[in-house]
Each structure stands twice: as C-alpha cells, then as structure tokens.
Design a protein around this ligand. Sequence first.
Ligand code: NAP
Length: 530
Amino acid sequence: MTLVACSVTVDRPDLVSPALDRALNAKADGADLVEWRIDLLAMLPDASGAIQRLLRDSPLPTILTIRSESEGGAFDGSPIEAARVLAAAIACGAPPHFVDVEASLLRDRRASDVVHAALAALEESQRPSLVVSLHDLAGRPKALWSELERMWSDPACHVAKVAWTARTLRDNLEAFEVLGSRQGPTIALCMGEQGVLSRVMGAKFGAFLTFARLDDEEGTAPGQPTVRELVDRYRIKAITHHTRVYGVVGWPVSHSRGPIVHNAWFDQLGLDARYLALPMGPTWESFKASLAELVEHPVLGLAGVSVTLPHKEHLVRFVQERGGALDDASLAIGAANTLVIDPVSRALRACNTDALAGIESLAEALGRASDDLRGLRVAILGAGGVARAMAWACANAGAHVVVINRTHERAVALAATLDGRSGERGPMRVEVGEGASIRCGCFHAFINATPMGMQDGPAPDESPIPDEVALDGVIVMDTVYVPERTPLVQQATSRGARVVTGSGMFLRQAALQCELWTGTRPSTISVQES
Ligand code: NAP
C-alpha cells in the first residue's frame, strides 16, 4: 500500500508548535507520515532544539528534508552544511524515521561521510532510512535512468525518489515505467498540474509513498493534492494493480467538478475505479498525442474519459480516425463529451451526453417526454457547442428551434446544418432569430447556451435575457452551472419563470457517462447533497 506523507514547512523555531498541530490535523485526515521541510530552519544557527522538538513530539512518523534551491527548495547553503544539520538531527536522541538526502549531496564526499558517520553511530534499530532524491523543476531529468540505477544499486539507499515537472501527461507514464522497473522501494512523481495523475495513480504501480498538503496550505510542490483528497476522494489506500482509470480531458480542467462527482459514484457503486483531471493542451496535436498514449498504455487501464472544452470536436475526429463508433448525437452534432473504451477489445466509442442530459432536464420541467417536444417553440441563446447540442436535441424531439447569437453568422451556420434534416419526429425545424426576436412573447422555453453569468467567464454579472422580456410561466434553462444561481436564474425566478439550473444538467450528463462506462446510472441526488 502506498503511504501518504503530508509535507509541512517549518521556517522558524517559533513555528514548531503550529507545525505540530498541523501534523495532528494531517494524522486525523489519514496521513501516514509527516515530512518536515526545514529548508530555511536549517540555515539558522540555533535550530537544533526546534528540529529535535519536531522529531520528538511529532504525532506521525517523520521524514526530515532539507531541499536545496537547485532542486526547488529554499536552502541555499552548501552540501556539507546541509549534511551537518541532518547529522545533528540523526544524533539528537529522537531520530527521524526517514532522512531525505539529495543524490547531489551524496556525491560530495565530505557531506556524504558526515551523514553516513551519523547513521553508523546509531544502533541499527534506531537508524533512519535514507530516501535518496533527485528533483528537476525544468522537466524530466536528462540522466533519469542512470541516476535511478545508481540509487537502486547503492546499499545505503532505502528509498529512491525522482520528481520532475511534467510537461505533458506523458511524463506520468514514464513515472509509472520507473515504478514498474523498480529494484527497491521507489517514489516517482511528476510536479505541476499535469502531474497529478502520477501522484494518485502511482499507487497502482507500487509507489512507496506520495506527498500531500493540508487543505488550507499551498503545499511544498506544485500539483500536490491534499491529504483528504488522496484519502477520501481518490481512496488511495484501496488502489490496486487492477484499478480502472477514468478522467476528464480539457484545457483548463483543474476547476472541473468531475473528480468529486464521479469518484463519489464509483465509491457508492463499490467500483475499483478512479477519476482524475487530465489536462491536455488546447491543440488537436496535443490532444491526439496525449490521448493516444493513455488509451494505448498496456497497464494504465484507461477505461473512459469525459471531454470538455476545447476538445469535444477533437474527440469525434480521434474516434473516427481510429475506426471507432459515434452515437447518434455525436454524429449529428459533430462534438462528443464521452469516450467509452471497451475493456476487452479496446474499441472506442464517442458519445454526447450533453444533448441527452439537456433535453431530459428541459423535458422534465415541461412535464413532457424527452423524445416528444412537438408543438413547442424553444429559443436557444448562443451558437457554440452546447447550443448545437441543445438545438439538435430539441429539434430532433420535434420542437421548433430559434437560434439567437451575438455573432449572427454563426447562428445562421448552425441553423443551416440542422434545419430540414430528418429527426425522430419528422424534418427538424431550426431557424435563426434576430436579437429583437427574443421579445416576441412566442417562446415556451429559453435556453442559455452562452457563458454569460459564469463565474470567471466573460460576463459573470450579466443575463442573456433583457429585463423587458416576459418570463411569467415560461421555462428558463441555464446551462451555466458555476455558480448555481446565475444572474439569469435569479432574474427568471423572481419573474415567475419555471427555472432549470445548469447543475441539474451537469449532474445528468455525468450520470449518463457513468452509466455508459459501468452499466449503472447513479443517483444524482446523493451527489447534489454531498
Ligand atoms: P462555446 O462553444 O464557446 O460557445 C459560446 C457561445 O456563447 C457562442 O455562441 C458565443 O457567441 C456566445 N458568447 C460568449 N460570450 C458571450 C457574451 N459575453 N455575450 C453574448 N454571447 C456570448 O461554449 P459552449 O461549449 O457552447 O459552452 C457554453 C456554456 O455552456 C459554458 O459557458 C458552460 O457554462 C455551459 N456548459 C454547461 C454544461 C452542463 O452540463 N451544464 C456542459 C457544457 C457547457 P459568439 O459566437 O459571438 O462568439
């Protein structure tokens, strides 16, 4: 089982007591170890008492670490200075359980001798284990494998640790290769947003431990999850060699609620599966290269992904190029948000659960079956991906759709691709509306498919529907789901509309994805309440 070490930085002696409190919190959250990062403390002349207290009073087994500036820390002394502080800590009467020693320190003969002499002076049962480490903030270390060979062949090295900043998701796969080739306890992880996969799924490949931070702290390395995220959300201690991997692909993707929602469902359904954010650069080339490597990886066990902006159209192209299948909605819309990978044949299928989730949410509010919206006029505001999905879904179910968009030509193009095509209820009717047509009083439903009202979006305080439009008794659906009560939702609620929020649609599209992957549609209520 992979251990969870919570990194706690202690810069000054007066910060020892709060640091010990944080270690207690880490223990309560489920950490197995605390890593005392004493980069700055180690540079003070009178720090030995503080370091001794950290080791003696720690509520968790300890790793003592002095990270040098050249490897991403704050210690700017020489190797021999670092070695003397570590040696004093080893000899202090309450030695740490592990001492992190940079490989470069061990290459300095004098520094190495100081550390080894301190270790040799202790009884074997008292002696800390050495974690020999190598960090590269710029990217994959050039001499990665030769450094590892040296660590693995050094009898004094109990745990080999390599960490580097991931440039793409593919770096994580090399970290897994390191773990798969290990010749002793090994930590291989990638830093940065692109490296979270290695921090969690390293457990599948036998990582000795992974580092985490406390909820309210920045952490000692970019991309570090919190202890609670590792223990509760990702259930890291139950990850096995067989754990299936799912994730959300997008750029940016760190804000996605997908990992919270899907991991909670996997847990409820008793599935040995985990779901992670999988950031992939915005171009087709980076999407294609990264996704191909993940899909084809022989051991990772990628079983499906959610796909969000800007890759929904790329997913359709990816699956078509590989001879996979598209569901009706993806084919008609030209964009998909779900990749299903057959666990046996590895065949690919792209599906669009946005369209089905949107139409189900709308139909429920209307009291209608989701495949029969005949007789209804629906105004769709926007002409992007979600507008296209909703226009197709509504028109396919027989509604008369009017597309209204800031850039009129895009609305014209959208209507032209759908109008007159055969749908389940006869030829689809999709026309273009001018801005003024929103006031005609002739719509049964309005659907906001723009980012207006979205937190951190282009117009977070604005509603796409002008105040003078009568909303009494009509359905107003917002696809924006952060925040839940958007300006449009507030405006529509106060003016007598029946309101459908974006979070309902979000949860439905996610539940439909879960069903496609696992065969079981989870309850959206349990997640809404959590
Ligand atoms: P998209 O492809 O980028 O399209 C955005 C559309 O909104 C375009 O038609 C654009 O007009 C218009 N627009 C953008 N900023 C605007 C502004 N300030 N004023 C007026 N119109 C504006 O985006 P998308 O993928 O369709 O996503 C749209 C929204 O759907 C997102 O913001 C997201 O919150 C929501 N969404 C919800 C779910 C869910 O499950 N609930 C799922 C996916 C997306 P132009 O053509 O003039 O550029």
